[in-house]
Ligand binder design. Structure first.
Ligand code: BGC
Length: 417
């Protein structure tokens, strides 16, 4: 089925950020000193394959930044890796900080605003051994790492994201056991982790701000949660995460922006979540992409982005700017990625027309990369990567998004297969 949108004359405002994102562990390669590396190599986990060399982004980052700029994009979100910067407790690596400084400088050379993530899921092994997110020292250790990194990188940062999707880390690591440390059914530890992550964000924000003029905020996974008639709020993982999101949104009232990340909607019926992909056992399922679901088993529903933006905007009293820090689709059909982006970005235009202060749209992801326990099968990238030669092969969607960025408007028609 093909949908057509007519009369899309509306334009994105001057200065709007159009970009793409990557997460350090998912692309750098050889990130051996982390809990995820340990987890990927452990017997009996749900990981389908280890990250290995990933996209060797550690050595290709400068070419990738130049490529992104050539597409016409003006923003790049990437992460710094705590395990490289502080490989042992209290030992900071100047060489690694210099590596990330050079990447930030390369962004500026190409007219690209760097959006820097301080933490994206992975912990140094020594933090893992101290109890990880649930360990009592976590918030202060994180604060110290952020202060140290910001001191070296601060003036080059465009936007700073403290923690990526903290709302889910407790539940997935201590209840579902699908992420490190792989503990199951321990809701108390999950709560401790969530409380520590809230505290870590609260402490890290001023520590970063002390060294930068860049806006500082947190990036939250906000699916469009839709309660249907007869649905009773329950204790599904989605609802627990949603409550934790509320706490982060409360804290975000003192932040400079909120990073919104959305992939689908979750419908809650009288029997609980009933959307495709609403079970995390998805990792071991047969993930065939269909017209209804993406390669991740998520419902194909690009308009979810509008619901998520409106929720973040309302819960902070309509005062804190929104940056879409992730939105995308795992698909082998690149024309479907274009259709997804078009419809999602059309929602962004609607939100702007409603007066919501949306500062940018950062697509997930620049590269086909390591999708955590799912390995390399899901294709989220605007660019394919040959994992033997590390050659980059831009897809039509990369050029499409670049064209949207250059013209600051959406084409008037798109397909939605
Ligand atoms: C994460 C990314 C991940 C993406 C797609 C987000 O939850 O921040 O690391 O690859 O979703 O699943």
């Amino acid at each position: 089925m093909w949908k057509t949108a007519v009369d899309m004359a509306a334009a994105f405002p001057d200065g709007f950020l159009f970009g793409a994102a990557v997460g350090a562990h998912q692309v750098e390669g050889g990130n051996t000193n982390t809990d995820w590396w340990w987890w990927e190599h452990r017997e009996g986990t749900s990981c389908v394959e280890p990250s290995g060399d990933a996209c060797d982004f550690y050595h290709h980052s400068h070419d990738d930044i130049a490529m992104l700029a050539r597409f016409g994009l003006n923003a790049f979100r990437f992460g710094i890796e705590w395990a490289r910067i502080e490989p042992a407790e209290g030992e900071f690596s100047t060489a690694q900080l210099d590596h990330y400084r050079r990447m930030l400088a390369a962004c500026h050379e190409h007219g690209v605003t760097p959006i820097l993530t301080f933490h994206h899921f992975t912990l140094p092994m020594w933090v893992h051994e101290l109890g990880g997110f649930a360990g009592s020292r976590f918030p202060r250790l994180f604060e110290r790492y952020c202060e140290r990194a910001a001191r070296s990188l601060g003036e080059l940062i465009g936007y700073a994201c403290t923690i990526n999707e903290p709302q889910g880390l407790g539940w997935s690591g201590y209840v579902l056991g699908v992420n490190p440390p792989g503990v199951k059914h321990d809701e108390r530890a999950a709560r401790r982790a969530a409380d520590n992550l809230l505290e870590a964000h609260r402490l890290a924000s001023p520590a970063i701000k002390a060294h930068t003029k860049a806006p500082v905020g947190v990036t939250l996974a906000i699916p469009d949660l839709q309660y249907e008639d007869g649905a009773k709020p329950g204790r599904s993982g989605f609802e627990v995460e949603s409550e934790i999101n509320d706490q982060f949104l409360e804290l975000a009232r003192s932040d400079d922006f909120i990073g919104v990340q959305t992939y689908t909607r979750i419908r809650i019926g009288p029997e609980g979540p009933r959307s495709p992909g609403s079970e995390w056992s998805a990792v071991s399922r047969d993930l065939a992409e269909t017209d209804e679901v993406t390669q991740m088993g998520y419902e194909y529903y690009p308009r979810a982005l509008g619901g998520a933006i409106r929720r973040a905007w309302k819960s902070t009293g309509g005062r804190i700017p929104i940056l879409v820090t992730e939105n995308g689709i795992a698909t082998t059909r690149d024309e479907r990625r274009i259709a997804f982006m078009a419809e999602a970005m059309d929602e962004v235009l609607d939100c702007l027309a409603e007066g919501i202060d949306v500062r940018g749209y950062i697509h997930w992801s620049l590269l086909d990369n390591f999708e955590w326990a799912f390995g390399y099968m899901p294709r989220f990238g605007l660019v394919a990567v040959d994992r033997q030669t590390f050659a980059r092969h831009p897809k039509p969607s990369a050029r499409w998004l670049g064209e949207v960025a250059r013209s600051r408007s959406l084409p008037t028609a798109w397909g939605a297969p």
